[in-house]
Design a protein around this ligand. Structure first.
Ligand SMILES: NC(=O)c1ccc[n+]([C@@H]2O[C@H](COP(=O)([O-])OP(=O)(O)OC[C@H]3O[C@@H](n4cnc5c(N)ncnc54)[C@H](O)[C@@H]3O)[C@@H](O)[C@H]2O)c1
Length: 256
């Protein structure tokens, strides 16, 4: 699957911040928005992949993406990196909270520390990054926040209690933020990907049998890849969805 051919002209020159943009779905989003002519900044903990992505894209897009290295588990640094991103790209109208880490952990092995770690990498930064972005969006006259949840929390998967909790929490957070920020014309929506086959997923968790098993459940018999998440996010970022907020959009090939 290639990136969508559609052009959303209102995204040209728009300030877009993507968390976890260095690899996987985030990297496809960085490329997808950059190819729309948006001014993209992305935050990631991983330097090598992120720098390689900027180098790869810079020659062929109007505005080279700006990479800011940070660990989003560290709440103290979030405000300063969001401010840095906004000043590097000139304004901030779109925030995509995509960073996460879907560690598996059997029930018996969960500790207080591992639970808190999971919430810090999968949920807490979604709130604090949004909180830091709001001032910039108000300045820009409005905005769109897109939060990455997952269908995983609806699949009764026993080995991901903390991750599933975080991804379910993102739906509640999305609705609360949408209620608070609607009067400022800041829209907040969630996306719930299905099984998206990325390099990391293949390396760590899924094999051909798992992919075939999920395709069996999907209405659409295609393997989902990172680029499949780009079109829905372009739509949610664009004025095409101007009256859509507090929603959760499932992109899973029709499992649910
Ligand atoms: N791949 C799937 O099948 C799938 C399914 C459902 C939902 N999702 C969601 O989609 C989003 C992207 O998933 P993905 O598969 O591309 O993940 P990924 O692991 O490939 O990429 C996540 C990115 O976040 C970055 N990151 C991780 N911890 C960080 C931290 N502390 N600070 C800053 N950056 C950090 C990583 O370096 C990486 O670049 C996630 O929110 C995930 O939960 C993915």
């Amino acid at each position: 699957m290639a990136l969508p051919a559609a052009q959303f002209h209102d995204l040209e020159g728009r300030g877009v911040l993507i968390t976890g943009g260095g690899s996987g779905i985030g990297a496809a989003l960085v490329e997808g928005f950059a190819r729309q002519g948006a001014r993209v900044a992305f935050i990631d903990i991983a330097e090598t992949d992120s720098r390689a992505l900027v180098e790869q894209l810079a020659p062929s897009v109007e505005h080279a993406p700006v990479f800011i290295q940070a660990d989003l588990r560290d709440v103290q640094t979030i405000r300063s990196v969001v401010d840095r991103a906004a000043s590097a790209i000139g304004s901030l109208s779109v925030l995509i909270n995509n960073a996460a880490r879907d560690d598996r952990q059997p029930l018996e092995d969960v500790t207080e520390a591992s639970w808190d770690e999971s919430q810090s990498v999968n949920l807490r930064h979604v709130f604090f990054t949004s909180q830091a972005a709001v001032a910039h969006m108000r300045q820009a006259g409005g905005g769109s926040i897109i939060n990455f949840s997952s269908i995983a929390f609806m699949l009764n998967m026993g080995e991901i209690p903390a991750y599933a909790t975080a991804k379910a929490g993102i739906i509640g957070l999305t609705k609360s933020l949408a209620g608070k920020l609607g009067p400022d014309d800041i829209r907040v929506n969630a996306v719930l990907p299905g099984m998206v086959v990325t390099e990391r997923q293949k390396k760590l968790w899924i094999d051909d049998t798992a992919i075939a098993g999920m395709q069996e459940k999907q209405c659409l018999k295609h393997m989902l890849v990172a680029e499949d998440m780009v079109g829905p996010c372009l739509y949610l970022a664009s004025d095409c969805s101007a009256r859509m907020t507090a929603q959760a959009m499932i992109i899973d090939g029709g499992v649910f």
